[in-house]
Design a protein. Structure first.
Length: 620
């Protein structure tokens, strides 16, 4: 059943309930509206001084989203569609931001870009992420290659991990149990288990942190088949972080990560004993030196990726590794000029029939000017130097002007930026269809918008974007990688609203219109909307109602090799948490797809029906 108009009626009903509320209890607001933005400049600037409508997922929102994966949480934000998040836990089919593809969205963890150089798209697999050690997530939409380099064409997902508490030792334990079933298979069996354990603390100048998480899901078949036998997914992740502050001006941290992700999968809508295993190991360093007039930063990591697949076509393996180093200097002049001068080094390596690699060395600079009159300017440039194709230059110009009001501001913003995506190792040197003469994909993004802010009460923003894509890497009739002559144009509108009418109520809503021209716009909905209403029932109990609408879009049926239109669908959820012991023990219950909507997200693959999970969070 279609529910294409349900989001409007839901919003009206929620608004009526809000108007009727008159309680004035003290509470912790679900979202701090006057937040500090970092990602679009690498400086801690107030939102009114930022020329972007950066989305920030705070620690509070993460804490009140127990049971959700990182991909599920990001998928509720404007301008982003992550196909597969509404299906089996082991399925993610790409991050489609602003009408782009997965390779055009960059994931950064603690200042270091992450991507698998042995994969076909080179995009980072969000299934490898766990929320257990994440402090916050900032999402920049639009071209951001000036600061972040290759692949930062449609979005940058900037993840900051948790730092150690000031106490000598603290511990946190989380566990979640739930069902995992389709709309038609209502067995109500236990099919979802998630556990997280974290210990951290500080001893004088030394701080430490260790966390472990595991995720297990069963009960669903990957593909829609006659047998519908269950395909099991599991993930294990361990993180270690050690830091030492040598002085008030010099700090060094080293960290390590090991993640193993295993999932079963089917073959062409038929049951098959196929298995895929991905292992990721990362060793990183983060250092900062304050020398009075400025600060010097170093972020670096060495990561290996090993994949092993067993399918009806036999066994296959892939190995990849990359080294990333980012050294930059930050300086503030006259409290108005915020400058960054840096150099970024990347070496990607993968093993095919033979070993292949390339290196990237990019000098870059960025300047943010914050005036006393309300005018702000963010501008910069980067020279991409690639070992295979030579040089490529990108830049950005991002002015904004904030008009002060009695309780806030009205901000006008605009942006013109270019970005690039380097061809990956498979496209350059792979065993099938490689082309070492490929040029980088080029993107140009134009934005314009307005933001209205009322202190601690209301934030409204509307933005128009237009993105042009050239030199897209595709295939010719012989399945050889080429730069396609045809261009892609994607444009749209993003509207966001955050409202705190009283201290116990919060309302967050967003709507995105996206139109992609030049191809079939596979799995990109033209209309998408999300609504979340939070209510603090009492000091120890919070409720959160969610509604998500995904509009009509196209997908490819690989049985017939035709593109089919998929119907719009709506999903309703409810989250409840209660503190049994304030600041210590919390219990929660989460219901998803409460109306048990039967829908198609990706042709041939299962989707989740009504499911319920519950758990607890213990802090010591």
């Amino acid at each position: 059943m279609k529910k294409s108009n349900l989001w409007l009626s839901t919003a009206l009903l929620a608004a009526q309930g809000i108007v009727a509320q008159n309680q004035q209890q003290d509470s912790i607001q679900l979202q701090q509206l006057d937040e500090v933005i970092v990602s679009d400049s690498r400086f801690e600037l107030k939102r009114e001084n930022s020329g972007k409508t950066v989305i920030k997922i705070t620690a509070t929102e993460l804490d009140r989203s127990q049971g959700l994966t990182v991909a599920e949480l990001i998928n509720t934000k404007s301008g982003i569609e992550i196909a597969g998040t509404r299906g089996r836990d082991g399925s993610v089919f790409g991050v489609f931001a602003r009408g782009g593809r997965g390779r055009q969205a960059l994931v950064i963890i603690d200042g270091v870009r992450v991507s698998d150089p042995s994969s076909f798209s080179q995009e980072y697999d969000l299934r490898l992420l766990s929320t257990s050690n994440i402090e916050s997530i900032e999402i920049i939409k639009g071209a951001a290659s000036t600061l972040y380099g290759t692949n930062a064409a449609t979005a940058v997902i900037n993840i900051t991990t948790k730092k150690s508490e000031e106490k000598p030792i603290t511990a946190n334990f989380k566990t979640t149990l739930g069902t995992n079933q389709t709309a038609n298979d209502r067995n109500n069996n236990l099919g979802l288990i998630r556990n997280e354990v974290a210990v951290n603390g500080s001893l004088n100048k030394f701080s430490y942190g260790v966390d472990f998480s595991n995720r297990y899901a069963s009960g669903l078949s990957a593909a829609i088949t006659a047998e519908n036998e269950e395909d099991i997914t599991s993930q294990y992740a361990t993180n270690i972080r050690l830091a030492y502050r040598f002085s008030n001006s010099f700090n060094v941290a080293i960290y390590g990560n090991q993640t193993r992700f295993t999932t079963d999968f089917d073959q062409d809508r038929a049951e098959a004993p196929n298995t895929s295993r991905i292992e990721q190991e990362r060793l990183g360093i983060s250092a900062d030196l304050d020398y009075g007039s400025g600060s010097l930063f170093l972020n670096g990591a060495y990561t290996t990726y090993d994949s092993f697949n067993v399918s009806t076509f036999g066994e296959s393996t892939s190995e990849g590794e990359n080294l990333v180093l980012d050294l930059y200097n930050k300086m503030v002049l006259s409290d108005k000029w915020h400058t960054i001068l840096g150099v970024n080094y990347i070496k990607d390596k993968a093993v095919f029939s033979s070993e292949a690699d390339f290196t990237i060395l990019d000098p870059y600079f960025n300047v943010v000017y914050v005036s006393d009159t309300g005018f702000n300017l963010n501008t910069g440039a980067r020279l991409n130097t690639h070992s295979e194709y030579g040089n490529h230059f990108v830049y950005n110009v991002n002015p904004s002007y904030a008009f002060p009001t009695t309780d806030g501001y009205i901000k006008l913003l605009g942006s013109f930026a270019t970005s690039y995506i380097t061809p990956n190792l498979i496209q350059l040197f792979g065993d099938f269809g490689a082309n070492p003469d490929l040029e980088p994909e080029e993107n140009r993004t134009l934005e314009g918008g307005i933001e209205y802010y009322v202190n601690d009460k209301l934030r409204l923003s509307g933005l128009y974007f237009n993105r042009n894509e050239k030199n897209t890497i595709g295939f010719d009739q012989n399945f050889t990688s080429i730069n396609i002559a045809d261009e892609i144009d994607a444009s749209g509108v993003e509207i966001e609203a955050s409202w705190n009418p009283i201290k116990t109520i919060s309302v967050d809503a967003n709507y995105t219109f996206t139109e992609r021209k030049g191809d079939a716009a596979i799995r990109i909905p033209k209309h998408k909307a999300n609504l979340t209403v939070g209510y603090q029932l009492c000091k120890t109990t919070n409720l959160s109602f969610s509604y998500a609408y995904t509009g009509q879009r196209f997908d490819t049926d690989f049985f017939t090799f035709t593109n089919e239109s998929l119907e719009a669908f709506s999903l309703v959820g409810l989250y409840v948490e209660h503190e049994l012991i304030p600041e210590r023990l919390k219990v929660f219950i989460n219901g998803s797809n409460l109306l048990n909507e039967d829908f198609v997200e990706v042709i041939g693959f299962t989707t989740r029906g009504r499911n319920v999970s519950a758990g607890l969070n213990l802090k010591l």
